[in-house]
Design a protein around this ligand. Structure first.
Ligand SMILES: Nc1ncnc2c1ncn2[C@@H]1O[C@H](COP(=O)(O)OP(=O)(O)O)[C@@H](O)[C@H]1O
Ligand SMILES: [Mg+2]
Length: 237
């Protein structure tokens, strides 16, 4: 708050208030940095652990161990992803939506195929340009495609489609998300199967990123098989 035109007897109060706010902001930054560093630091020991576990003889115990390590590594990545939310909005660039989405889909193609899916990409009928923080949108989409792989029933086609209104849909043919859970799944740490690999942060992150871009994200309702998640971003003319 400005102190300039404040009556003299109030000025110390305004000063104290401003200082308290500054301390709060500092504490918040410190906290955030700590979390990011911690997530980052976690990745090295997890990577070492994985390498060691991969050297073990193949038996049920070691397979389970590798599975647990995967979970840990996923959690560290998701914590790290949250740091992306602090990027200021001036770090945005105008890009072609097809290029951006296609790149993410291509990155996940081997993973999807290995997990038993076909992956289809449907580009937009026209050139669609968006002004975005590329890293953020990539991570949001990566989480949607990951979800289709993880929760999509292990077969059928995962489709990533774009339309000219800036809508991006990720569709799978798995069990889908029940109507009454369609908002809950965006809550942090909320999972339909609590024993699943993830931490329940992916959709929450995707929504926060969509909101930062004045966009939306929701689970579509319809009679088709599987889940359809739709993200909409404002289109640049
Ligand atoms: N494509 C999907 N099909 C069915 N269920 C899904 C799908 N995507 C997300 N979910 C459900 O929503 C929950 C939250 O998703 P998310 O926030 O990404 O967390 P997670 O780390 O568990 O993937 C998941 O645990 C899962 O139960
Ligand atoms: Mg997820």
């Amino acid at each position: 708050m400005p102190v300039k035109h404040v009556p003299q007897e109030i000025a110390p109060l305004v000063h104290a208030f401003n200082e308290a706010l500054a301390r709060l902001a500092q504490g918040y930054d410190r906290h955030n940095r700590f979390l990011t560093d911690a997530a980052h630091e976690l990745r090295t020991p997890i990577a070492i652990l994985r390498t060691r576990a991969e050297l073990l003889r193949q038996e049920p115990q070691s397979t389970r161990l590798l599975h647990d390590i995967e979970r840990l590594s996923h959690l560290a990545q998701q914590l790290l992803d949250h740091q992306l939310l602090d990027r200021p909005s001036d770090q945005r660039e105008i890009v072609d939506l097809d290029d951006l989405v296609c790149r993410v889909a291509a990155d996940f193609a081997p993973l999807a195929i290995e997990a038993g899916y076909d992956l289809a990409f449907e580009p937009s009928p026209d050139k669609t340009r968006v002004e975005v923080n590329v890293l953020q949108i990539e991570r949001a989409l990566a989480n949607l495609v990951c979800n289709a792989i993880e929760h999509g029933g292990g077969g059928g086609t995962i489709t990533v489609a774009i339309d000219r209104t800036g809508g991006i849909e990720v569709r799978d043919e798995g069990p889908g998300i029940p109507v009454e859970e369609r908002e809950n799944v965006f809550e942090p740490f909320y999972r339909l199967q609590p024993q699943s690999r993830g931490a329940g942060l992916g959709l929450n992150l995707a929504r926060q990123i969509a909101l930062l871009h004045e966009g939306t994200i929701r689970i579509l309702a319809g009679s088709w098989r599987g889940a359809r998640i739709r993200m909409e971003l404002p289109v640049r003319s």
